[in-house]
Design a protein around this ligand. Structure first.
Ligand code: GDP
Length: 344
């Protein structure tokens, strides 16, 4: 039995205990393979993945999840390299960076996945960098990002950075998986250009105006003051935390320690009030509901009658022969018997 497990198409799948022991021992190679297992679409891998998550879950201690977003070019990778270096080199902490790549439904050919984006971290023993293919599923975070976070945490990476490109839809999902949600901004680039919508500003726990160096220092400070007063106009967050705006230069590594201090202050405040645990719990529930929605959608799409009828109805909607409402009703009616089965 075990030998058949160990020889799969994925370059050798390991037995459950080897994944578990390797991950818990912080073995980077096994961790990387465990993530690959979790990301696999094979039903047998999925089953083993669930068992692995169950096995490691009790060993996960206190961890910290920082969501980082901002438009391409704002300096996310440079910032993460700087903050991650501060964390690992100056503070001796371990860090996993998961980069969610919206362009890459599969892990190859990504725009974010390249490790050389974070030069110092990439060669740092205390850091683990992993691109997380988005798969176009959960509004901006990877299909298996949340499970990957757990694996990294079990492997002893107490700090997890989840990086996404600010493309409008990713923020809600990143917010849901993070304890602290940080938005990177540029001075003078204009809100619209940076994809900043009101809803995003309401979600952030902190903002960092990056590239506050050279002659960009004064505009950055001005932008900081403007955003800080704009944030004060919003109603206080239910967490009781007042979001802060800081300036930094990722290139010169200034303001980086202060940003980390902000994350720690937030953690201290929300831990005392019990809001941090509540926030995590909300995230867990959303995760469960997302998984249910995905499961239902996959079941729906793979239903033989639906798969057959879908292209025809899509065409009818395209040429105006059917409305989206009528077409969706017909498809759901075809699916109905299954729904009734699952109800009983
Ligand atoms: P990303 O697309 O958001 O990951 O941005 P990158 O980290 O790749 O940075 C985009 C460009 O901005 C690169 O040329 C960086 O060298 C530059 N950059 C990043 N941070 C800073 C900074 O703090 N100051 C200055 N002057 N340039 C920066």
């Amino acid at each position: 039995m075990r030998s058949s497990l160990a020889t799969s198409r994925h370059g050798g799948r390991l037995p459950l205990e080897e994944y578990r022991d390797g991950v818990l021992a912080g073995d980077r190679v096994v961790l990387a393979r465990a993530i690959t297992l979790i990301e696999s679409d094979l039903a047998s891998d999925a089953e083993l993945g669930i068992q692995l998550l169950d096995a490691i879950l009790p060993s996960i201690g206190k961890t910290r999840r920082l969501g980082i977003t901002g438009v391409p070019g704002v300096g996310k990778s440079t910032f993460i390299d700087a903050l991650g270096t501060h964390l690992t080199r100056d503070r001796g902490e371990r860090l996993a960076v998961l980069s969610i790549d919206p362009s890459s439904p599969i892990s190859r050919g990504s725009i974010l996945g390249d490790k050389t984006r974070m030069e110092r971290l990439a060669v740092n023993e205390l850091a683990f960098i992993r691109p997380s293919p988005s798969g176009g599923h959960l509004g901006g975070i990877g299909r298996r990002t949340r499970e990957t976070i757990l694996l990294c945490e079990a492997a002893g990476y107490r700090n997890i950075f989840i990086e996404t490109v600010g493309v409008g839809q990713s923020e809600t999902a990143v917010h849901a998986v993070s304890d602290f949600f940080l938005l990177l901004m540029l001075a003078g680039a204009g809100d619209q250009l940076q994809g900043i919508k009101r809803g995003i500003i309401e979600m952030v726990d902190g903002m960092a105006i990056n590239k506050a160096d050279g002659h960009n220092k004064t505009p950055a400070e001005r932008a900081r003051a403007e955003y800080a007063s704009a944030l004060r106009l919003f109603p206080p967050s239910p967490d009781g935390w007042a979001p802060r705006v800081l300036c930094c230069s990722s290139l010169e590594c200034t303001g980086i320690a202060e940003i980390w201090q902000m994350v720690l202050d937030h953690e201290a405040q929300l831990e005392v009030s019990g809001k941090l645990a509540q926030r995590r719990m909300r995230g867990e529930l959303q995760w469960m509901h997302d998984l249910i929605s995905n499961g239902l959608r996959d079941t729906f799409r793979s239903h033989p009658a639906i798969a057959e009828l879908m292209p025809q109805l899509e065409q009818e909607v395209r040429v105006g022969r059917s409305t989206p409402l009528a077409a969706s009703r017909r498809l759901l009616d075809v699916f109905q018997p299954d729904r009734q089965t699952t109800r009983t």
